[in-house]
Design a protein around this ligand. Structure first.
Ligand code: ATP
Ligand code: LTN
Length: 332
């Protein structure tokens, strides 16, 4: 029975403190999937260093992300939770896949184009090669589904193409992964510029809400969120700021567009914003309390990531050995 469960792989990279976008677009959905699937949830620290990181911040954030996974309700007994750099197969497989990937396809990636614009001229080769490491993460576990926000679809498509190419060249080796998105929360936008996604790498702190932001900061940021002068709470592309706040409310409170539009008819934005802020606060506060408890218990976290990397190493090495054998490497 256990063997027949479909496999899920996903992760967040510790390149900044996690935002409400990461929570609603990714982590919150994982919690719902853990009963039904065989899940691997990873902290993608190797992906974080594609842009410059302060070592002590990387260390702190790596453990904080693991604590946030647990605090959000991901059960370490039902899922494999681990840190990417603890499983060397990811780097090894990534090189093999790099040699099955074309420069042309890598250079078309939107994330690469966006991030290289902001890197001040010195773009690491890692940033360019990022999607092949991501393909390795996914393919090593024979993943069927990858729950990610919309911004990652292009990378996932690429992982699928690489898998198909490898299967065709060397015979069937990888399951073909598919993106999995929940209906709501797939893309939470920046509060100051609702044409771009909420990102932990954004310079303007008012653009994002962090999972660990104190309640008064959350209230202030929502209150300052950009809206418009129309004064009606309506879900449409003319009012991107309002639309984004509605998406947040829908995702957290599980309500429909119509319910929100009806409730705020004739009320303007002030009450609406207050309610959005309270919804966020009541969703995040219990997670913040638990996250702090887990961070205070390093030995417990260590037990989880060690057990996780043992399991992940075992599973991923099986696939890696197959890849090596098929490509013509002498078995060790
Ligand atoms: P950065 O902004 O530094 O590139 P990121 O937050 O986009 O980081 P990750 O930390 O790797 O990148 O993202 C982890 C997950 O969170 C991915 O599945 C991604 O799709 C999702 N995610 C990130 N931002 C948002 C957002 N604004 N809305 C919905 N999902 C998001
Ligand atoms: N690329 C993703 C993070 C990431 C990931 C993965 C997500 C790295 N490896 C494997 C799902 C599966 C991002 O930037 N959000």
């Amino acid at each position: 029975m256990e063997e027949s469960k479909k496999v899920i792989f996903s992760g967040v990279k510790p390149s900044g403190d996690l935002t409400l976008g990461n929570y609603l677009g990714a982590i919150k959905n994982w919690v719902k999937l853990q009963e039904e699937y065989e899940c691997y949830f990873c902290v993608m620290d190797l992906h974080a260093i594609t842009v410059k990181q302060e070592p002590k911040d990387l260390r702190r954030r790596t453990l904080e992300i693991l604590a946030i996974y647990l605090a959000s309700g991901i059960d370490p007994d039902k899922n494999t939770l681990f840190i990417q750099s603890h499983v060397p197969a990811h780097c090894e497989a990534s090189w093999l896949l790099t040699c099955c990937t074309y420069m042309g396809e890598l250079s078309r990636m939107t994330q690469y184009k966006d991030k290289s614009k902001n890197s001040g001229g010195s773009i690491s080769a890692g940033l360019f090669n990022y999607p092949t490491l991501m393909a390795a993460d996914i393919l090593l576990y024979q993943s069927n589904l990858v729950p990610v926000g919309k911004d990652q679809f292009q990378h996932l498509e690429m992982a699928r193409n690489i898998a198909e190419r490898f299967n065709k060249t060397y015979s069937d080796t990888f399951a073909l992964p598919e993106a999995y998105t929940a209906k709501a929360g797939a893309k939470i936008m920046d509060l100051q510029d609702p044409t771009k996604k909420m990102s932990k790498s954004e310079k303007n702190v008012n653009g994002y809400i962090l999972i660990m932001d104190p309640p008064e900061v959350i209230r202030k940021k929502v209150n300052r969120a950009v809206t418009d002068s129309l004064g009606v709470v309506k879900y449409n592309d003319e009012q991107l700021g309002v639309k984004n706040l509605m998406t947040i409310l829908m995702t957290i409170n599980n309500v429909t567009i119509e319910e929100i539009e009806n409730k705020y008819q004739g009320l303007g934005y002030s009450q609406f914003k207050k309610d959005v802020a309270e919804a966020i606060v009541s969703e995040l506060e219990p997670i913040q309390v638990k996250t702090k408890e887990y961070i205070g218990n390093k030995a417990y976290l260590e037990g989880i990531y060690k057990k996780g990397s043992d399991k992940a190493s075992y599973v991923s090495n099986k696939t890696l050995r197959k890849m090596q054998k098929k490509m013509g490497f002498i078995p060790r």
